[in-house]
Design a protein around this ligand. Structure first.
Ligand SMILES: C[S@@+](CC[C@H](N)C(=O)[O-])C[C@H]1O[C@@H](n2cnc3c(N)ncnc32)[C@H](O)[C@@H]1O
Length: 207
């Protein structure tokens, strides 16, 4: 199997968190997604269907499938999507490393906050490539925790840094300036967001 024990679990509270998270980030997850007629999207690690629900709302005509290794998540996904009146997406329980579809079946494929939970991410990525149509695309969404900065500093988030030592300032990726951009008018960091020079959060482990 390609997954480690899933640290977030499947409590009702956690399942609600996934729905709220996808709602908050719907533009990132669904609003800017280009789906062309006839394309069939697969989400591996679809959880409770929170992302699929956003995509189905933004693209009512789209063909959507989701798979998750947890029976609890898939049961909750049925309830969530049916509760929204979105009965369309196909939902299956299974391991992303052994996808139950033939080669070349999907385009595109999405994995949202899943890779970080996999003991063997390559096994899942290989399977994703197998079921992807030639020339198709795989989208991965993950959080780069090394780039976390909070301004003004927040004590509760600061304590998170105490779990693994001080939070580091974000790494900077060299980027070409946009044509015509004024020098020094806001650098870009990993997240692609303009960096207005907010101080990085630095926390020390308690005690
Ligand atoms: C943080 S949740 C994200 C769910 C969904 N993508 C979202 O953003 O709402 C990660 C999900 O990956 C699933 N998962 C973990 N390992 C998996 C695997 N090997 N195959 C399929 N799903 C897996 C978990 O059961 C969990 O539902």
């Amino acid at each position: 199997m390609s997954s480690s024990p899933y640290i977030h679990g499947t409590s009702e509270r956690e399942q609600r968190r996934l729905v709220e998270q996808a709602d908050l980030l719907r533009n990132l997850l669904a609003g800017n997604l280009a789906l062309h007629p006839g394309e069939h999207l697969l989400e591996i690690g679809c959880g409770v269907g929170a992302v699929l629900g956003q995509i189905a709302r933004a693209h009512p005509e789209a063909r959507l499938s989701g798979i998750d290794i947890s029976a609890n998540q898939i049961a909750a996904a049925h309830l969530h999507l049916e509760g929204l009146g979105l009965g369309g997406p196909e939902l299956r329980m299974g391991d992303g490393a052994q996808l139950p579809w033939p080669a070349g079946h999907f385009d595109p494929i999405r994995m949202v906050w899943v890779v970080e939970h996999l003991a063997d991410p390559l096994a899942v990525l290989r399977e994703a490539r197998r079921v992807l149509r030639p020339g198709g695309s795989i989208h991965l969404t993950e959080t780069d925790y090394a780039s976390l900065r909070v301004s003004p500093p927040d004590r509760a988030i600061g304590l998170l840094g105490g779990l693994r030592g001080p939070l580091q300032p974000p790494r900077r990726c060299p980027r070409r300036p946009a044509p015509g951009a004024a020098a020094g008018a806001g650098r870009l960091h990993d997240g692609g967001q303009p960096d207005r020079g907010a101080p990085p959060l630095v926390s020390r482990p308690a005690g």
